[in-house]
Design a protein around this ligand. Structure first.
Ligand SMILES: Nc1ncnc2c1ncn2[C@@H]1O[C@H](COP(=O)(O)OP(=O)(O)OP(=O)(O)O)[C@@H](O)[C@H]1O
Length: 484
């Protein structure tokens, strides 16, 4: 009955509209009629959303357009739910199937609550050069309300590029683990299964630094073409430095787990010569992390300028195989020279073009030669330091399964006053068998103990200084007295 009434009222509304329309057309002068038409057209245009479009073509002046690749990768993972026709393929070197939109398909993406429309198109384009044949031009069209222009440029497109990097990283070809370590008996590397459980979730470092490292690694493994284009070995050097027990080794294991790379643990003191070091590098496979721990203890790598007269790194590099620092290094039990290590880091000896991460660790960065530290050799310097509140919370969450606790505030204050390494905190938590209260209490007690010891030490130093001042004063007085 209600529906019937509704239909009736719609019918009468339409009839009224028709009547008004005829009345306006027949009785109003044509000028007024035109003015009204223009007025309504204006209102309609005003009410329509103002859209802008960005076209992202496959090629940019015959060069691959990286943004197009990123969009393709990003949409491939999202458009499955909306597009009616999809293309399916398995890209070379990828372990996953990949979806792409077919021509004229559209996809609505929601980013931070606003809507953006994507569509994919192909058109035939005549070539610019002479009479050559036309070619197919592919492009994505992104349409959105004009008021989102800035947001799209400064946030949405960079977000897509980042997301695409992560997707490519996850889809990349992987490799089974084999952990290798230096072996003095002829076979230079021995193979052992890699089972270290440390991951980016378990390692307690500042979350901002953690993200920075992950982003850097993802970027590195996705940049094969870039390294080829600029003529550089596909390798990256990390220097992890900081006091003992701050997580350098744990971070290396996390990195290897994250990348699913081999680990080669190189004991430089067991390598007898540059040529043996060279053989070792040649025997490494791609997708590997080569680790030299405590580099300052393995070799005398302090400033070469002070110890030998070689003026620059290039001289050293040309000398490779020539044991220029043999005498000074004998105390380190190795005949590998700095030039050997520089060649090693530079990837000069690597036999295949696969990616390699070289990680050096040290507790004393200041002892290392500047040539080793420069970008291109150690591209990223990562400082791991004493436990701060954020790292402490990660450890508490992992070891004691707590986010909050009544004495957390006290911990935060004490951490600002005393130095505890993550290893110190981890050891205390380990001994508490997941008893949260005991774990937290013991940490606070240990910190208070250290704070007290620090204050006593401070008092002693002040007392010593005072005594020294008194002695000095007495000495001055006695000299002045003598002069009189
Ligand atoms: N940042 C951290 N996050 C989680 N656990 C840590 C961290 N730092 C240290 N630990 C714990 O302490 C132990 C020792 O840490 P690790 O060997 O990684 O330190 P390191 O900095 O490499 O020390 P060293 O300079 O003496 O080699 C690890 O087994 C781990 O359990």
């Amino acid at each position: 009955m209600e529906i019937l009434l509704d239909w009736k009222s719609i019918g009468s509304l339409l009839a009224t509209l028709m009547f008004v329309r005829t009345a306006i057309r027949d009785f109003l002068p044509p000028e007024v009629n035109q003015a009204l038409k223009r007025f309504f057209a204006k209102i309609l245009t005003y009410l329509q959303p103002k859209l802008v479009s960005i076209l992202i073509e496959e090629f940019d002046n015959s060069y691959n357009n990286d943004l197009y690749d990123s969009v393709q990768c990003y949409l491939g993972s999202k458009c499955v739910s909306q597009a009616q026709i999809l293309k399916l393929s398995k890209p070379k070197n990828s372990k996953n199937l990949s979806f792409t939109m077919d021509a004229n398909q559209t996809f609505d993406d929601i980013y931070n609550g606003f809507k953006l429309n994507w569509s994919f198109h192909t058109i035939e384009k005549k070539s610019d050069i002479g009479f050559s044949r036309s070619h197919e031009c592919k492009y994505f069209q992104l349409s959105f309300h004009t008021k989102y222009k800035d947001l799209v440029h400064s946030h949405y497109l960079p977000y897509i590029m980042k997301e695409a990097e992560i997707i490519k990283f996850k889809n990349r070809e992987r490799k089974l683990f084999t952990n290798r370590s230096a072996d003095e008996n002829g076979r230079l590397w021995s193979s052992v299964p890699f089972t270290h459980p440390s991951t980016f979730d378990t390692v307690a470092i500042d979350p901002v630094l953690k993200k920075e490292i992950k982003d850097d690694l993802i970027k590195f493994v996705n940049r094969k073409e870039f390294y080829t284009r600029v003529g550089r070995s596909w390798k990256r050097g990390y220097l992890l430095y900081g006091p003992p027990g701050t997580g350098k080794t744990s971070l290396i294991a996390s990195i290897a787990n994250f990348l699913e790379f081999d680990i080669y643990d190189l004991e430089l003191t067991a390598v007898s010569s540059n040529s043996q070091l060279r053989k070792l590098l040649i025997s490494t496979t791609s997708k590997s992390v080569i680790v030299v721990e405590d580099i300052d203890c393995s070799l005398d790598l302090s400033d070469r300028q002070k110890k030998c007269n070689n003026s620059d790194a290039e001289n050293d590099k040309l000398n490779f195989g020539n044991n220029i620092k043999k005498s000074s290094q004998s105390s380190f039990g190795s005949s590998v020279s700095l030039s050997g290590v520089l060649n090693f880091v530079d990837g000069l000896w690597s036999s295949c073009g696969g990616e390699r991460l070289i990680i050096f660790t040290t507790n004393h960065k200041e002892k290392l030669d500047a040539a080793l530290l420069r970008p291109g050799r150690m591209d990223k310097h990562i400082n791991l330091t004493f436990c701060d509140y954020k790292s402490f919370k990660i450890l508490a969450k992992n070891y004691l399964l707590v986010d909050e606790h009544k004495i957390m505030k006290q911990v935060e204050e004490l951490l600002g006053a005393v130095k505890m390494t993550p290893a110190d905190v981890a050891e205390i938590f380990m001994s508490c068998d997941e008893d949260v209260d005991m774990g937290m209490r013991n940490v606070v007690e240990e910190m208070k103990k250290r704070l007290k010891a620090k204050e006593i030490k401070k008092c002693e130093v002040e007392e010593e200084e005072k005594e020294e001042e008194i002695v000095e004063e007495e000495l001055v007085n006695s000299i002045v007295g003598c002069e009189w």
